[in-house]
Design a protein around this ligand. Structure first.
Ligand code: ADP
Ligand code: ADP
Ligand code: ZN
Length: 219
């Protein structure tokens, strides 16, 4: 089963795609996480994309398409994968379809997390993750059960993303509106798009997501 999560920055793609990965045992692939790892490692790719990411712009299609093409050929994707943060442009969407075709695969479902733009600023400004295990939290919506301690691994160190500053968020939303939202009709016309009410609580969103996935696996 191959799934795409679409939605603006802060919609809940990472949160929900990790829960899907745990529930269905298919690989979660976050292009944002992959790029941040390249930046942290100081690799040639990381050096190329660092300032682009910091400004809230999209990195060039050819770089990200090559990254994904190599990633979905890895053995852990044999049972399927969940894409979080890719595709983000029409060119990426088309490249994805043609690379999957080469290996006899296709996208089964595209989940769109529908969220009011007003809600995104607080979600993004409040986002932080455990430095040790990567579990995601939020100042307003998902605090650790014990203050300062990760629910999952017991870690005490948390990190915030460089690009989650309010100044950069406007550029990221603009990129979503202008470059990513136009790919929705591409999937809608093919009958692959499923809209999820992303304004609901995290648990309610998860229920909707699992129901949408179960509906296609039982077909
Ligand atoms: P994305 O991957 O789409 O950018 P995240 O999954 O990282 O979004 O979520 C952004 C922030 O909002 C995180 O801090 C997360 O804990 C929080 N969040 C996710 N889903 C919800 C929700 N349904 N309601 C409130 N906060 C949420
Ligand atoms: P968010 O979770 O807030 O939607 P991501 O972690 O997915 O953000 O992406 C962070 C940054 O990484 C983006 O602002 C962009 O610069 C870059 N990026 C991630 N995925 C892509 C992609 N598919 N195409 C172009 N740039 C990307
Ligand atoms: Zn942790």
């Amino acid at each position: 089963m191959n799934i795409i999560f679409l939605g603006p920055p802060g919609a809940g793609k990472g949160t929900q795609s990790k829960l899907l990965e745990a529930h269905y045992g298919i690989a979660q692939i976050s292009t944002g996480d992959m790029l941040r790892a390249e930046v942290a490692a100081g690799s040639p790719l990381g050096q190329k994309v660092k300032s682009i990411m910091a400004s809230g712009q999209l990195v060039p299609d050819d770089l990200i398409i090559a990254l994904i093409e190599a990633r979905i050929d890895r053995p852990d994707c044999a049972k399927g994968f969940i894409l979080d943060g890719f595709p983000r442009t029409r060119a990426q969407a088309e490249a994805l379809d043609s690379m999957l075709k080469k290996t006899g695969r296709h996208i089964d479902l595209v989940l769109l997390l529908d969220v009011d733009e007003d809600a995104l600023a607080d979600r993004i400004a409040g986002r932080f993750t455990c430095a040790k295990c990567g579990e995601g939290y939020n100042d307003l919506y998902k605090r650790p059960k014990v203050e300062g301690t990760c629910d999952v691994c017991g870690g005490h160190e948390f990190v915030r993303r460089e690009d989650d500053r309010r100044e950069t968020v406007a550029a990221r939303l603009k990129a979503y509106r202008e470059q990513t939202a136009p790919i929705l009709p591409y999937y809608e016309e093919q009958g692959r798009l499923c809209r999820i009410d992303g304004m609901a609580d995290i648990d309610d969103v998860t229920k909707q997501v699992f129901a949408a996935v179960d509906a296609i696996t039982k077909k």
